[in-house]
Design a protein around this ligand. Sequence first.
Ligand code: ASP
Ligand code: MG
Length: 407
Amino acid sequence: MALIVQKYGGTSVGSTERIQAVAEKVKRYHDAGNQVVVVVSAMSGETNRLIALAEEISPRPSAREMDVLLSTGEQVTIALLSMALHQLGQDARSYTGGQVHIRTDSSHSKARILDIDGERVKADLDAGRVVVVAGFQGTDEEGNITTLGRGGSDTTAVAMAAALDADECQIFTDVDGVYTTDPRVEPNARKLDRITFEEMLELASSGSKVLQIRSVEFAGKYNVPLRVLSSFEEGEGTLITLEEEDVEKAKIAGIAFSRDEAKLTIRGVPDHPGVAYQILGPIGEANIEVDMIVQNIGKDDTTDFTFTVHRNDQAEALDILQKTAKELGAREVESDDRIVKIALVGVGMRSHAAIASNMFKALAREQINIQMISTSEIKVSVIVDEKYLELGVRTLHEAFGLDQVES
Ligand code: ASP
Ligand code: MG
């Protein structure tokens, strides 16, 4: 007998018919002899609808009240799913986050889970019930309702699975697994059977949006086997686990890309110690995350400095940089958002040195100019002109043998 935690996202519970279909699926797993805990999101569109309501009342609603409001979306779906299970003759009980003691810190709208008390859930499971838990929410020490950030139900599911020492955490969604790259850009993209936590994290942070990043971090930390699979089709999905012994085989897991980047350059800054700090310090103080950084070799005692930020932060970063430029007596500042980031990800990079150069060779063959490069242990990312996004992704997909193979 296995204990599994299943999470169904907003699309999967988007209508009463779909909730009934989820109930049937859950019952099948239970009838097969498993103990099942189900975590659900709000019905698709519901969280956005609630946010819009708040905006009609106040331009800056209180964060505490916002969490009280947004947590209602998931409370609707847990009750409806339990009722649907009852209709099938399956004993089930729904719980809000607070009721199963999902204890979080007090950072409203982006709270972190501190602790879960699995005892109540275990007692229900032992009594033969399916337990249905509201995703995305918890309560802080004072009992205030908190939420975990958009997409946070994934994290609830993984945290539940860790707390209950579940055999597997299954994330049911509208795609049938994790792909080598986005099939909308590369139709030859292939579904992966397995991928490591680390690779999944790199893919997610470079733009692949299958899972909330924090849920993957959590799963890696507590070694919870995580499976992404379709709510609507049969299949094994993609299993995300620790690294396998024979990493030699799996050199590259996939190619991620992001259109959310903007590049800022400051030219002709004095080339002396402390300049990088003077430029990036104020950016960091404004809570703007910097991704890639390039500093040119200095010439005539001055140097150029380029970095990337999220497009949403571009305007603010540019303001800050203009101020810094005045202080430093820099020559000019410019920014460009017509760029994209393309990243090659795979644990095999650890043992195969030629991967980065093969990547650059493949891009050069297509005359794609690389503007910036950064590398980490299992990832090489490049910034290129946005017009090369599709060509770049497809070129690398083919060059690294990721294309669909007939089997
Ligand atoms: N309902 C929340 C959202 O839309 C949480 C989730 O779906 O995971 O972001
Ligand atoms: Mg969601």
